[in-house]
Design a protein around this ligand. Structure first.
Ligand code: SF4
Length: 180
């Protein structure tokens, strides 16, 4: 029997109560529509790196190329903690045979692009969330998308096709797309 195609998903999009305020961002398009094609590996990097639920909201600050993950009120720098988690989690994800990843947009951890960046000394005022950035760096050919964009039928269908194609490529030549 053919194994299901597996993709990673920001856990809050699947209805898990992992957000800073204890809520979720359940997305029916992902859970129901994409759920009929793929099986999911839910990941919440903020909870995974040891932060509680609920927790203080965070934001990205500083250099667009290496932003810091800072708590908004108490000004605690969570960057090292998050990057250590990312390194360990990516090693774990290598064994999951992922063929794609869907991220929650605008999150300082999960946003793939255009996450607001504060205190930048350059004209660049957006960056990638720390976890999404590490996934993109370590799985350079894997299809990645943000949840909001998948509400568009063309983008969604294109993502599904890219995931299926990536799975085929992986089967033919795993060395080509082995994580860095
Ligand atoms: S956006 Fe990412 S870090 Fe934030 S709650 Fe969702 S899964 Fe967790």
């Amino acid at each position: 029997m053919t194994r299901p195609i597996t993709i990673g998903v920001s856990a809050c999009l699947l209805g898990e109560h992992v957000r800073y305020d204890g809520g979720h961002k359940h997305d029916r398009c992902i859970a129901d529509t994409l759920g009929s094609y793929f099986s999911f590996v839910p990941v919440c990097p903020e909870v995974g790196c040891g932060l509680p639920i609920p927790r203080e909201a965070m934001r990205l600050e500083g250099d667009p190329a290496s932003p810091r993950l800072m708590t908004r009120q108490t000004r605690i720098d969570r960057t090292v903690q998050m990057l250590a988690y990312c390194a360990a989690k990516i090693r774990e994800l290598e064994s999951e045979d992922l063929c794609g990843f869907i991220f929650k947009e605008r999150s300082p951890s999960c946003g793939l692009s255009a996450v607001p960046l504060y205190g930048s000394s350059t004209s660049e005022k957006v960056a990638s969330g720390l976890f999404a950035s590490e996934v993109a760096r370590c799985f350079p050919m894997m299809p990645l998308e943000e949840a909001e964009r998948l509400n568009n039928t063309n983008i969604r269908n294109n993502f599904i096709e890219r995931v299926i194609l990536y799975r085929r490529m992986k089967k033919k030549n795993p060395a080509l797309i082995h994580p860095r």
